[in-house]
Design a protein around this ligand. Structure first.
Ligand code: HEM
Length: 409
């Protein structure tokens, strides 16, 4: 890539830019010329910092005492004190030691072993999804294959009874619609959906507290070996966080992964030749390539130098995973989609540190099993229209991807 873009013309914060795809040329210029870049913000005089190199993204992620989550992770909008106080009750917006206590309790439900326990259910769900998609033959890959699995898995994980699962779909759609200007949602629709999910979580937690069974929710709402447990409020907020954090991210990794395979047919053939062996690494490469969460924010707790720049206390710092994942200091030939890439130290789940994605084992397992099922049963995925992308500077998303599935014999 030979970037010919001047620093003054760069705007990786503009959501419009992402409709055509991630602006990799702009990120390449930033990494090469100004890896910790002071981005002007048209609405706020202080602007914000854009961190684009892998080494700096991991440094910011791993130093929460300098780069706080509690002082806001919400992109750039200033929050009212009340909405900020509510958000600070969620783990994504906490710093150690509060975060450490909560995370310690939640980790119990998200170990590789807990994820592996769901493998059979995930396999069964993928078989049903792929069966249905093949029977339909043509349609939107996002709806047919990518959207359902993450919600089925969250429902399974949280022990949501079968008859209530449609509610999870409905809340999730309404919460997501509230962020999508193209759908012109009713005002406050997302807030109403979140309130309904919150009330549901409260009831679910009470039931499991009264009659614990062998599932994750029961584990989370009853005391651990040190007598510590989640409060009611913490559990209810966590339930909502899961619907948001575990759903659209995994869906976009699956859809974006398929787009990458369509664009790189030799990688699809490589996957089909040996799905059992290749699907796990392919899942990691899809998360690197897509970077479903493109960036996250921290706030400086004190003056600090990074990448030769002086960041001042309270400055806003945006870490661009989608740039760090294409940093040629770390990845050989980063713009090649390589399902066998090894090692693959991508930051798609965050740059390490205390907030490193809690659901990463589960997400990778879901993507791996879905692609094992697809590679075994589908010979070819043929696009029938241009995909439509989400207009967002936060989530790298495919809204619609019309395809025809050719069954394997
Ligand atoms: C945090 C990405 C799937 C639950 C995060 C973060 C990222 C991320 C970038 C922030 C890391 C940081 O601030 O350092 C992804 C991607 C996924 C995915 C790309 C799918 C491909 C999931 C799933 C779940 C989940 C399936 C749960 C079922 C969470 C939670 C946090 C989180 C609870 C907050 C952790 C904390 O603040 O300590 N994820 N995620 N994620 N993720 Fe994921």
């Amino acid at each position: 890539m030979a970037p010919q873009i001047s620093l003054d013309s760069i705007d990786v914060y503009d959501p419009e830019v992402y409709v055509a795809g991630v602006p990799h040329e702009q990120f390449a210029v930033l990494r090469a010329q100004s890896p910790v870049f002071h981005h002007p913000d048209h609405e706020q005089p202080r602007g914000f910092w854009t961190v684009t190199r892998h080494a700096d993204v991991t440094f910011v992620s791993r130093n929460p005492e300098i780069f706080s989550s509690h002082r806001q992770t919400c992109f750039l909008n200033e929050q009212t004190p009340q909405s900020l106080a509510e958000q600070q009750l969620m783990m994504v917006n906490m710093d150690p030691p509060d975060h450490t206590r909560l995370r310690g309790l939640l980790n119990r439900g998200f170990t590789p072993r807990s994820a592996a326990r769901l493998a059979g259910k995930i396999e069964a769900a993928c078989d049903v999804i792929v069966d249905k998609a093949l029977a339909t033959g043509s349609g939107d890959f996002v709806t047919m294959c990518a959207a359902e699995l993450p919600l089925v898995v969250i429902a399974e994980l949280m022990g949501v009874p079968h008859e209530d699962r449609y509610k999870l779909f409905e809340w999730s759609n309404r919460m997501l619609a509230a962020d999508d200007p193209d759908l012109s949602p009713a005002p406050d629709e997302g807030v109403v959906a979140a309130a309904e999910a919150y009330a549901y979580a409260n009831e679910l937690g009470r039931t499991k507290r009264a009659c614990p069974v062998d599932d994750i929710v029961s584990k989370l709402v009853t005391p651990d070996e040190n007598g510590l447990e989640l409060t009611e409020l913490e559990f209810d907020l966590f339930f909502i966080l899961l619907i948001v954090a575990g759903n659209e991210t995994t869906r976009n990794a699956i859809s974006g992964g398929m787009q990458a395979l369509i664009d790189n047919p030799e990688q699809w053939e490589r996957l089909r030749a040996d799905p059992a062996r290749m699907a796990r690494r392919a899942a990691d490469e899809m998360v690197r390539w897509v970077s479903p969460v493109m960036a996250f924010r921290r706030t400086a707790t004190r003056d600090v130098e990074l990448g030769g720049q002086l960041i001042r206390e309270n400055d806003k710092v945006l870490m661009y995973y989608t740039s760090a994942n294409f940093d040629d200091e770390v990845f050989e030939n980063p713009h090649a989609f390589d399902i066998g890439r090894d090692p693959n130290p991508h930051v798609g789940f965050g740059g390490g540190g205390p907030h490193f994605c809690l659901g990463r084992h589960l997400a990778l397992l879901e993507i791996e099993i879905m692609y094992r099922a697809l590679a075994r049963r589908v010979a070819q995925v043929v696009p029938t229209a241009e995909p439509r992308r989400l207009r967002s500077n936060f989530i790298n998303g495919v809204k619609e991807m019309q395809v025809r599935l050719v069954p394997a014999d």
